[in-house]
Write a protein that binds this ligand. Structure first.
Ligand code: TYD
Ligand code: MG
Length: 462
């Protein structure tokens, strides 16, 4: 056998190079080349006969119907994100920052799971004692869960074969080590090898596998990019560690809709489901203060009301400061430019800070109108009326464009107690939301938003 060779593998695109360099010559990512050992696969002789294929191609009509019966985890918000529960034979990657609550959530899943299912919890991070203490704290110590503290992949697979569970949880995939790879735990090759072996093994038996993945400093899932392609669903654990609520978001799901979120609150006895996330996100909303505007965004199939806060102050620097938390920075710059050009507001002389309350990330263009409203409100120091909620996408000419699910959003706003709902005129014309006693305000452009604020100001002063 040849001596192992050193190669440098890019963790972004998986390209291999004989030498290290700061930038990957293939995908141009910086600082992604890691040294690994490469063993060439044994050469097959040309004379070897190709083995007969096990699978034959067939039409849909000839395939067996298998309405996958899902394993309901018993944690409603998690089931929602998964699309109704874990699918047997599927692989789920749960990624998140350290200490955000991944192990806690999965330990609770072990406790809640139906007694008919065997759950194996493999931990490579904590000792038996630590796990037991956590289980007692979460009140799941009595549950029938099999716990294995092991990092060696072969031992894990041996134990898996002996038990043949219905669900296996691997916490975390970065701690697993395969003896067949000469590389340290957590390296891209090691992560790829361990995950693929575990996933193959579990899929063959129809066992659902949940892998815990660490994230890097900049929030990406550590290890090779291929890891995300190997699994059927990727769930991201988000939230501010200094605050108590946590959001689990599906960023890929072959068995359900993506962008679905589950909302939890971290308490003394573990993660608790939040039934009414809109109310939680709006709790503590200041009254009569400028710069705050409520918005209704769609998270998957569920409308969610969040609060956007803006702070606009005269700048003391040559180039004004801009900061956006929970909103795309470039989107904020674009909206500022539109407001400046179309309404003549002098944002270029001001520092602008923008924040979404509750660690929520809003990517939906339907939040544009609320962002603009918060910005104008702070600049002019006029509070947005407390009973008003705004939704709409803003175009470059300052027009407010139609949005999807206008009725659903309006209904959620009404349920939470908003009595005036500003929506794009086109969304209202197509299908007016049927509301009980809220007023729908149709808006066509950003000047309408400014006019609503001006009217509110007049009312306050007069
Ligand atoms: P953990 O699940 O260990 O995080 P991860 O596996 O994602 O690294 O969560 C640890 C944090 O959660 C820790 O800061 C303590 C906190 N916590 C609670 O607040 N309440 C609880 O009941 C538990 C078990 C943990
Ligand atoms: Mg953990």
């Amino acid at each position: 056998m040849k001596a192992p060779k050193k190669v440098f593998v890019c963790s972004e695109c998986d390209s291999q190079f004989p030498r290290w360099s700061g930038q990957c010559p293939s995908c141009r990512a910086w600082n992604t080349l890691n040294e690994e050992t490469y063993r060439a696969p044994a050469k097959q002789s040309m004379a070897s006969v190709r083995p007969e294929s096990k699978e034959k191609a067939q039409t849909f009509g000839n395939m067996e119907d298998s309405e996958a019966s899902r394993i309901v985890t018993g944690i409603g918000e998690l089931d929602r994100v998964l699309g109704g529960g874990l699918v047997p034979g599927s692989a789920v990657l749960l990624a998140g920052e350290p200490g955000i609550g991944k192990s806690t959530l999965l330990m609770q899943l072990c406790g809640k799971a139906d007694d008919n299912y065997t759950v194996l919890y493999v931990s490579g991070e904590e000792s038996k004692n630590q796990l037991k203490l956590r289980a007692q704290r979460l009140g799941v110590a009595e549950a029938d869960v099999l716990v294995l503290t092991e990092t060696d992949l072969d031992s894990v697979i041996n134990e898996y074969d002996r038990i043949s569970p219905d669900v296996v949880i691997v916490d975390s995939v970065q701690t697993m080590v395969s003896a067949s790879v000469d590389s340290f735990a957590g390296s891209p090759t090691q992560v790829r090898e361990c995950s693929s072996q575990l996933i193959l093994r579990a899929k063959a038996d129809g066992c659902a596998i949940v892998l815990v993945g660490h994230v890097t400093k900049d929030g990406n899932i550590a290890g090779p990019k291929t890891l995300e392609h190997m699994v059927d669903a990727v769930l991201n654990f988000e939230g501010d560690r200094s605050q108590s609520h946590r959001i689990v978001r599906a960023i890929k799901n072959r068995y359900g809709s993506t962008n679905e979120i589950g909302v939890f609150e971290m308490t003394d006895c573990g993660l608790e489901e939040v039934d009414n996330p809109s109310a939680m996100l709006l709790a503590g909303r200041p009254k009569g203060v400028s710069g705050s505007c409520a918005v209704c965004v769609m998270e998957g199939t569920r409308p969610l009301i969040a609060e956007i806060q803006a702070l606009v102050t005269p700048t003391a620097y040559a180039s004004p400061k801009r900061m956006a938390d929970g909103i795309d920075f470039n989107r904020m710059c674009l909206l500022l430019a539109v407001l400046e050009k179309r309404l003549g507001f002098k944002f270029s002389q001001c520092d602008v800070y923008l924040n979404v309350i509750g660690g929520l990330r809003i990517d939906e263009p339907a939040a544009d109108a609320a962002i603009a409203m918060a910005l104008i409100s702070s600049l002019k120091d006029i509070p947005v009326p407390a009973e008003l909620i705004v939704a709409g996408e803003i175009g470059l000419s300052g027009e407010v464009r139609a949005i999807s699910s206008a009725e659903q959003r309006a209904k959620e706003a009404e349920r939470i107690g908003f009595s005036r709902i500003a929506l794009p005129k086109r969304s209202v014309q197509k299908k007016a939301p049927r509301l009980q006693d809220s007023q729908v305000v149709p808006v066509t452009g950003i000047y309408d938003l400014a006019a609503i604020l001006a009217a509110a100001n007049k009312e306050n002063n007069g």
